[in-house]
Design a protein around this ligand. Structure first.
Ligand code: EPZ
Length: 430
């Protein structure tokens, strides 16, 4: 079983190139189903989730041509149908994006219910609410989302909660509806804006993405396009906090600083020096980190996908910190693993009370989900001694070449398959 073996203690130093945003790439790939013309996409991350979605799309006749590791041309002009049966897609949350795309283009879709990280109940009631408001029938049958519509008519939809997925999905379906749709209480994440920009580059008429109110004027047809996906602000944030935890000096390249403002603000609060220059952010952490309090919020608040990473930093900081998770109800599963490394954290409901410890000690730990797995790796990089990290498949769902990028920053980390490899690593690094 693949795992990481890590010898902690090396500060991370150097530069790391940030890849395309997974959470922008997934809806953009799905939205390519909405035209019969060819779409060219660049800066796509080569991770499990994007590869699973592309394979599922090929399963219904989409022509996918990987022109490079991070670029692909897609033509969905000859679909064999609107039912995705590829069972692997059930393992990713983004399985629901082809629903909105095909409902918009074909007025029907049948796709397995989505999976995704077990960080809480991953409801889809707001997606269903939006589709029905546009005039679609939606049902859950035998583990599938099944939807169809004689016609789609623009509607005024008020989301009961801020949902990235539902905002994106309704935007896609509404783009080819008749008339105007208004989404109130819309999600404002950079990947919501990126999807809107992608659809507009195909001829859609979407205004207000990135604000609470998105206005979509339906059009008859969408055309092909060439598009470059935005950088992944969560990958960037993960490396920025890794620099903080290991007392290093890391420059993340190819980022959009605006997308990182809440992350940079917290790093500054806990004592890091942050500097910005054209498309790069540098994080220097020389002294012991300071405590702070943080509550995760929809963008532009502090991202829930950065909650484990800041908790790892605070658990080795001076003083008591409070982390409140307001988006998901089960996103503290990593605390037990971090406790094995010496952390002192008390979880009460959706709040973690963290008493900083002087140092982490290496341990054998498992990744409970994508972001927590990456955060635990950063703890192991800062710990005294050796650690192994199991279940790294979660991490590889969303981080491309994670261990290689860390090696290039001076980390002693290897991706291994068995105990023999672990013994060899330990002999080599001493
Ligand atoms: C997206 O998930 C991301 N995934 C998640 O990132 C991210 O944590 C989340 O947005 C919040 O930013 C992808 O983009 C593939 P939501 P999504 O709908 O769309 C509730 C990662 O690490 N809700 O904004 O599923 C829901 O239960 C992953 O890359 C409903 O109640 O998130 C949650 O409590 C992990 N009904 C809250 O809203 C719905 O119909 C936010 O969910 C939809 C959501």
């Amino acid at each position: 079983m693949e795992q990481y073996i890590i010898k902690g203690g090396n500060p991370l130093v150097g530069e790391v190139e940030i890849g395309g945003s997974k959470n922008a790439a997934l809806p953009i790939l799905a939205a390519s189903l909405m035209t019969d013309e060819t779409v060219y996409i660049d800066n796509m991350p080569d991770v499990f989730d994007t590869n699973v979605l592309l394979k599922a799309m090929q399963g219904i006749g989409v022509m996918v041509n990987r022109t490079g590791r991070h670029s692909v041309t897609i033509n969905a002009g000859q679909l064999s149908g609107q039912t995705i049966t590829d069972e692997t897609i059930r393992r990713i949350r983004a399985a629901y994006y082809p629903v909105g795309a095909m409902l918009g283009k074909y007025r029907e879709a049948k796709v397995p219910l989505p999976g995704g990280c077990e960080i809480g109940c991953r409801a889809i009631d707001q997606h269903i609410k939006g589709f029905r408001a546009l005039g679609a029938e939606v049902s859950i049958e035998y583990g599938y989302i099944v939807t169809k519509a004689e016609k789609l008519t623009g509607a005024h939809i008020y989301m009961d909660c801020v949902s990235v997925g539902a905002t994106i999905n309704v935007m896609m379906a509404a783009a080819l509806a008749e008339g105007t749709t208004i989404i109130e209480n819309a999600a404002k994440e950079p990947h919501v804006v990126d999807l809107a920009n992608f659809l507009n580059s195909m001829g859609a008429k979407i205004k207000g993405a990135g604000t609470d109110v998105v206005r979509i004027t339906g059009v008859k047809k969408l055309h092909g396009t060439e598009y470059t996906i935005i950088p992944d602000q969560i990958e960037a944030g993960t490396f920025m906090f890794a620099a903080a935890v290991t007392k290093g000096d890391v420059t993340v390249k190819n980022v959009i600083p605006k997308h990182l403002e809440s992350i940079s603000a917290k790093l500054t609060e806990i004592g890091c020096q942050i500097s910005e220059s054209d498309g790069c952010m540098r994080v220097v952490a020389t002294k012991r980190l300071k405590s702070t309090h943080v509550k995760t919020l929809p963008y532009p608040g502090f991202p829930t996908d950065m909650q484990p990473q800041i908790a790892v930093a605070l658990a080795s900081a001076q003083g008591i910190s409070i982390v409140t998770e307001s988006i998901f109800e089960n996103r503290f599963k990593y605390v037990d693993e971090l406790t094995r490394m010496g952390a002192n954290i008390k979880v009460e409901g959706n709040t973690a009370i963290i008493t900083g410890v002087d140092r982490y000690t290496g341990a054998d730990i498992s990744a409970p989900d994508l972001r927590a797995g990456a955060a635990l790796v950063t703890a192991a990089l800062a710990a005294d001694g050796f650690s192994t990290v199991d279940d790294i498949r979660y991490i590889e769902r969303g981080y491309e070449d994670f261990h290689i990028k860390l090696q290039n920053l001076g980390a002693l980390i290897e991706r291994v398959n068995d105990d023999k490899d672990i013994r060899k690593f330990k002999l080599r690094v001493g």
